[in-house]
Design a protein around this ligand. Sequence first.
Ligand SMILES: Nc1ncnc2c1ncn2[C@@H]1O[C@H](COP(=O)(O)OP(=O)(O)OP(=O)(O)O)[C@@H](O)[C@H]1O
Length: 247
Amino acid sequence: MAGVSLIKTEKMYSNGFTAVKGLDLEIDQGEFMVLIGPSGCGKTTILRMISGLEEPTRGEIWIGKRRVNKLAPKKREISLVSQNHELYPHMTIYENIAFPLKMKGISKDEIEGRVKEFSEKLGIEGILSEKPKGVTGEERQLAAIGKALVTGAKVVLFDDPLSNLDVRVRGRVGTRIKVLHQELKESGQGVTMIYATQERFEAMKMGDRICFLDQGNIVQLDTPSNLYNYPLSGSTEDLVNFSTERL
Ligand SMILES: Nc1ncnc2c1ncn2[C@@H]1O[C@H](COP(=O)(O)OP(=O)(O)OP(=O)(O)O)[C@@H](O)[C@H]1O
């Protein structure tokens, strides 16, 4: 397991726009951290810096005991799930989930065991021989989550992964991710999950803690119950009021 720390992390894009402003954020190992905030507040930029797809302009990023500012994405032991499921259309669901393990040179038997384990945990064992276009959007996204987790990544990043699904399906897949996080923790394989969303109900339901962002700054960082009891600003009051109406 590995925690993630951002220390005075800043991102200025080449056009001079600063999307993330001197962020201090410590995510514990095995934690489920939700990043929430309006469009453009910097959620994707933060995830891209943690995964290594963007380099911070200033500050530090640590994954576990390693300072990763200059470390290649592949060496960070991180997976990223986005709203576009990123499955290869010509491969079956099984082949897609197995693909990152195959790339690592893992034996066929071990691949089989791991794909079986994760597909059962995600309830998609019945669609393994299908191609992505032959299954539902929900199943495709679950397969993408399986592909992200099967490698044994210590940190999994989710960039608004459910935004293309309708609201009922969204709730179901969100619950599955949360349950899976808990099951992995209980089985000693805990994974740190960092989950970006604009959905307030999702944030309150899923996060161990919620980091509320606005214009590249943290507005409030706390547990759902503390946010509920002690909202520090109009934005966090909004988050709590809207979400609890639906609880
Ligand atoms: N490559 C880039 N060059 C310049 N500005 C960028 C670049 N990428 C993102 N931005 C800007 O940085 C800000 C933060 O963008 P980011 O995608 O991180 O926000 P977000 O919170 O993930 O938004 P959303 O919820 O809409 O995905 C936005 O104002 C965006 O326009």
